[in-house]
Ligand binder design. Sequence first.
Ligand SMILES: [Zn+2]
Ligand SMILES: [Zn+2]
Length: 225
Amino acid sequence: MTCELCQQFIKQSWNLNKLFNFSFVKPEIVCRDCWREFEMINPINGCLECQIKTTQEYCQDCLQWFKLGYPKINNQALFKYNFKMKEYFKSYKFDGGYHLRLIFKDMIQQKLATIDVDQIVPIPVTDKTYAQRGFNQVVGWLEDLTFAELLEYRYSNKKIQSQKNRQERLNTKQPFKLAVSQSYVCNQKICLVDDVYTTGRTLRHAAQCLLDAGARDVTSITLSR
Ligand SMILES: [Zn+2]
Ligand SMILES: [Zn+2]
C-alpha cells in the first residue's frame, strides 16, 4: 500500500509503541518517514492550561485570558503545529482529503477514552465552511464515537479564522450559541474537541457558552498546538 501523505510505497509494518512511551494505535496509512515528521507534545514543563513551554505554572497568554475572565479549559494537545502538521491540515481541510481523518482518528479517540466526561463536543464549523469543505474536520475524527453537537455559530458569514491576524482573533466577540435546549448542557461535564489551539480564543468562547448554559465543567482536546 502507499502512504496517504507522500504516496511512497509502505514497505513494512512498524511499531509506534517503540517510538513513544505510551501505547497508541499506529496509523496504518502513513509511512514511517512521514510519521517521524509529526512531533508529539510532551506536557512536562508546559503551561498547565495550554502546554506551551514555560517555567511558571501558567504561560503569560493564559494568565491574560484568566485576567479577562475566561474560564480554565486545561487543553491537552497531541502534536506540535509544525510544518508537517500544517501540510496535513492543508490536505485534510483545504484540499478536501476527507480520508485523511483516518491518520489521527484512533489517536484522538484513544485520548478521549482516558477522560471522564458526560459529553464530547466538537467545535462546529460555519455553514459557509461546511458548504465549501463538505465536512467538519473535527467530526471526521469522532466517527463511530458518541458525541453531541451542542454548539453552533451565531452567524455564518464571519471571516474565516485562519484569515484573521492575532489581534483580530483575540478581540472577536462570542461567536457561539447553543444548538440544543439548555437541558442537554445543564450539569454536564464536557470535553471540547478542536483541530488546532492557536490563541485558545475559540475554545474559551465555546467553554464560556457552555458554562453560561449550566455545564458543570469544560475541558478540551486539540490535535495540535
Ligand atoms: Zn509518507
Ligand atoms: Zn498557557
